[in-house]
Design a protein around this ligand. Sequence first.
Ligand SMILES: [Zn+2]
Ligand SMILES: [Zn+2]
Length: 329
Amino acid sequence: MPSSDSKTCAFCSKDGASRLCVGCNGAPDPTSTGLIKTLYCDAFCQKAHWNTHKIACKAHRARRILYRLGETAQMAFYIFRENAYDQNIERVEIKENSLLLHEGYYDDGRILFPFPHHLLRDEQDKQAALTFLTCGDAIAHMHELFSIMLKGTCPDVVEVLVRPQPPKRPMQTVRPDGPNRGNDCPHVILMVTLKDGEMYAVDVTGAQYGYYDSVYPWDQYLQTRVQTSGQEVSFRSFGSLKTKYHGAVWCATPGYKGAVRTAHREFATTFDRAVDEWQGKGVKVVEMLRMGAEAFVRARGELMGCVAGALQEFKRGFDGRNMVGGFSG
Ligand SMILES: [Zn+2]
Ligand SMILES: [Zn+2]
């Protein structure tokens, strides 16, 4: 496999090759931290090499789609969470390496709170706050988006419950009366197997542990992120968490908790509708993942803008609604 800085023709091995195989260009290279760049002298060398290259090219392309898929779902979830934020953060403190989110009370009937952008200037801290204790929410509420993106490329996907290793960057919420919760509970991710057998972890809420990417080779994820003792891994079919989180039993929990769950389900429905509407205007999300790099970034920007707009609008209407009367706890 050519390294990313070599200019050697993949067919005849001559130096100074400059014709890129656009099919696989920029795909993550599983053997290094670099990106795939298959170069040829000219159309002749490329054509001559195609029979040899096509299997690898296809595998690179599938991997590129998966990484884009992970990034897209992660961005979308940040936007979702920012708009459906349910933590009342009054102060942020960084103590040793830990991020502490100081919460106020939850006694004024509010279910959603403005995301504290002004307290979280650092992009990684912001992502940590957005993902804290939300792994299940991400898998459940982004299910439709995951589902349409996975179609055709990575149909082999399961939801996996893991027991995470201690975080690289610990965080905790603190209530006025003392520490509340750390993120030491089980963690849910997706395990995706590509057609050529390569396996990946898709984890869009890793920022709460100090990991900010969304896709990792499966073996590497297990080694660095998962506790190896005990029953650390269990599997559920793709869609299980959505069925649970959007189900009547889950949302009918009495009190504040049930109200938040119901609110999140409504935001998720709004989110799905926005994606549908965007697709209705022309480009399908699956096609977007296959575009050239620039076109992809442009299309994704449009999609995210569309989703953000829909969620903001829903939130404006939502804030005025009296959900407090719906529960008595
Ligand atoms: Zn050549
Ligand atoms: Zn190629």
